[in-house]
Design a protein around this ligand. Structure first.
Ligand code: ZN
Length: 381
């Protein structure tokens, strides 16, 4: 039986890269995910391949980034510090000057790009790059923990290599995918759909439902801002009411999915209250909408719960069931709280009272706006 390979992008040394002790972004999440996938037996199937990410060709960077910014980033990566760097976001608390960050980002982006090529040229079925998903990086500056926008570069190059292709970018990260939106705001070849916490309470302060694209791109940017306290039930409602129908109507040839796990209730940076049940629904829901899917990591600052989410995402992408082969043998010491060992699935949680009511009301309002404004442009009644 022949089956196209599934690619899991990972290298130990990439997981060891350190943003500093006080920085919430920990590449170690990828290592935890790799370990958890191994432990749950979902990396052992014969069609699965672990891919060591190779640096992206430098010339591809300028598909999105300004050469002046790239030069400064490269200097910063050598440990040089210059005042102009600050204007480019380099040297801030969110995007500090880190030795080796240029090379690290180039490999992260290389993993995303080579996965795109492998999928679109028929060498792989699906891929997951837990080291990718840097949706905030802008053409001329770093921000939101992102230096190089691997997503935009891979999507732009896909459009160049495979002309006529329709691509859907779906972003389930708790933060608005502002960098990707900026890149394709006037471009109907990419449906950019982002579900995120409202910009009233969370960086990058954008992603209103009224941001719907411009010119030819009108109706091809879709934003679903969500209130703090949004739980699985509300999330499920917006997925069914707008996200899935829109992607289905667009009928993409290729889906790039940003699977940031910072929507979880335990995430220290955001105010959404999902469990991984809501997260799984999002990942499961895109599976029947396109056979070619490239999944990327993104946010996720509760390391243990993020790695559980990503293990589930990898399992869903591959239609396999995680089974804990060591349950009862090693207890919970390896990966987290004892009570949750043996299951990757969260206990249900629902927001209650006024907060729930308010979040649901706002979700209904946003859904109805999108149904009225954007659905007709896609022929959905
Ligand atoms: Zn995020």
């Amino acid at each position: 039986m022949d089956r196209l390979p599934s690619l899991f992008v990972y290298a130990d040394d990439m997981g060891r890269f350190d943003f500093g002790p006080n920085h919430p972004f920990k590449p170690e999440r990828a290592t935890k995910t790799f370990d958890l996938c191994s432990r749950y037996g979902v990396l052992n199937y014969p069609w699965m391949k672990v891919v060591d990410p190779q640096p992206l060709d430098r010339e591809l960077l300028t598909l999105f980034h300004e050469p002046e910014y790239l030069d400064l980033l490269q200097e910063a990566s050598r440990g040089e510090v210059r005042i102009e760097m600050l204007e480019r976001g380099l040297g801030t608390a969110d995007t500090p000057i880190l030795k080796g960050i240029y090379e690290w980002s180039l490999r992260a982006a290389g993993g995303t790009h080579s996965s795109m090529r492998d999928i679109l040229s028929g060498r792989a079925k699906v891929a997951f790059n837990p080291l990718g998903g840097f949706h905030h990086a802008m053409p001329g500056n770093a921000e939101g923990f992102c230096y190089i926008n691997d997503i935009v570069i891979a999507v732009k190059d896909a459009l160049r290599l495979f002309p006529g292709m329709k691509i859907a970018y779906v972003d389930f990260d708790a933060h608005h995918g502002n960098g990707v939106q900026e890149a394709f705001y006037v471009d109907p070849r990419v449906l950019v759909l982002s579900l995120h916490e409202t910009g009233r309470t969370l960086y990058p302060w954008s992603g209103k439902e009224t941001e719907i694209g411009k010119g030819d791109g009108e109706g091809y940017t879709v934003n679903v801002p969500l209130e703090p306290g949004t739980d699985d039930e509300i999330y499920s409602f917006v997925l069914d009411a707008v996200a899935f129908p829109l992607v289905k109507a667009y009928a993409p040839d290729f889906i790039v999915a940003e699977l940031g796990a910072d929507t979880l209730i335990s995430d220290p940076l955001t105010h959404l209250k999902l469990t991984n049940n809501g997260y799984q629904k999002a990942v499961r829901g895109i599976m029947p909408l396109c056979s070619k899917i490239l999944a990327l990591g993104g946010g996720g600052y509760d390391l243990y719960r993020t790695s559980r989410c990503w293990t589930l995402a990898w399992s869903i992408l591959n239609h396999v069931e995680p089974v804990d082969e060591f349950a009862g043998l090693v207890g919970g010491m390896m990966f987290g709280p004892e009570m949750e060992v043996g299951s990757l699935y969260d206990h249900p949680f629902l927001t209650k009272g006024e907060a729930k009511q308010k979040a649901f009301e706002e979700a209904r309002r946003v859904v109805s706006y999108i149904q009225k404004t954007i659905f007709p442009l896609h022929g959905i009644r």
